[in-house]
Design a protein around this ligand. Structure first.
Ligand SMILES: [Zn+2]
Length: 339
């Protein structure tokens, strides 16, 4: 991701004057921060497969490499598609008081109430998820493997994003409360430090979702409810640190940037307790539910084969023991993320 961004910025420097470059850079930093890290996006796609029923499970498992490596594709697409960014978040505060409970559940009513321009500005991830579910359903109906994998990966990405608390807030990077950098600390730095200790297994079995809009809004509300706590914990943990132990400077995109130190990230991870792990699992469970729902709504098509995917039972065994990482079966840990 860093590489892609750097090339993009270099090109921009040739194309625009200095002022435009700084504005564009600010924009890129803003969008570059808005997603689970690559590690978590990839992890949740893998473990979502483990809670699907057969024959869907074997079908998706045979394509696991594709589903895992494309888990981050929508983030990369933001570099070239300017309509992409607001699909990944929703700035609830911009939609009036108690928006998490007051916003219409469906796109038609929401765009009537707020205008499409407003939704494109402040984000509309819950509506994107429902739209992607319909696309995946159509793909299952057509039995077109490329389409199925494309929409399953994209849908999973947006569901993942909707479970990151700061994706639901206008204070998306802690920038309004003097906590700039909090976004990637919570969603990338902390899970990268701690994933070896996470409980990746849970007994969830994919469940049919009767009302997908309602289901996604329930989880958006839960994610939004975590925002005050994650901001407060950062403040609390900061008391034990001096500015020079809390932050370090590092070169990013050719300029010095202030980032949290590893020591601070460890202390913050301790303060958060199991929250990040719980959101990771909630993301994976909902991805499994939505993939399964699309397949059921498409009439449970029998895809290419009914044979059990090779290695699946060994992986499921390891998953149930929470040994995926030590058994070197978690793909996101095997492939070095590009960022
Ligand atoms: Zn994203």
């Amino acid at each position: 991701m860093v590489k892609v961004l750097s090339i993009f910025v270099l090109n921009l420097q040739y194309m625009f004057n200095k002022k435009t470059v700084y504005i564009t850079l600010a924009f890129i930093f803003a969008i570059g921060l808005s997603s689970w890290g690559f590690l978590v996006h990839r992890t949740i796609h893998q473990i979502a497969i483990y809670s699907l029923p057969e024959p869907l499970q074997s079908y998706m498992h045979k394509e696991m490499n594709n589903l895992v490596s494309n888990a981050t594709r929508p983030d990369i697409r933001r570099n070239t598609d300017k309509t992409e960014a607001p699909k990944h978040f929703i700035d609830l505060e911009a939609y009036g008081p108690n928006a998490a409970n007051n916003m219409p559940l469906d796109w038609a009513s929401a765009s009537k109430k707020y205008s499409e321009d407003t939704l494109f500005k402040y984000g509309y991830v819950p509506y994107v998820i429902v739209n992607q579910l319909e696309k995946l359903t159509a793909a299952f109906r057509s039995k077109n493997k490329d389409s199925i994998l494309f929409y399953a990966a994209d849908l999973g990405h947006y569901i993942g994003d909707a479970h990151v608390p700061l994706h639901t807030s206008i204070n998306y990077d802690g920038q309004l409360t003097g906590q700039k950098g909090l976004h990637s600390l919570w969603e990338a730095f902390v899970p990268e430090l701690r994933i070896d200790q996470y409980q990746l297994y849970n007994a969830h079995q994919a469940t049919y979702i009767k009302n997908p809009s309602e289901a996604i809004w329930i989880d958006i509300r839960k994610a939004a409810a975590l925002v005050p706590e994650m901001l407060a914990i950062e403040k609390e943990v900061s008391i034990q640190f001096k500015p020079e132990t809390k932050y370090k400077t590092q070169m990013r995109y050719g300029r010095e940037t202030k980032v949290y130190t590893k020591e601070f990230a460890e202390a913050y991870a301790n303060g958060l307790g199991p929250t990040v792990n719980a959101q990771l699992i909630a993301s994976a469970n909902m991805i499994a539910d939505f993939w399964y729902t699309a397949w059921v709504n498409a009439g449970k098509p029998l895809l290419s084969t009914r044979e059990i995917s090779p290695n699946l039972s060994a992986e499921l065994k390891s998953f149930k023991m929470n040994h995926l990482i030590q058994d070197e079966l978690l793909l996101s840990k095997k492939e070095k993320p590009e960022n």
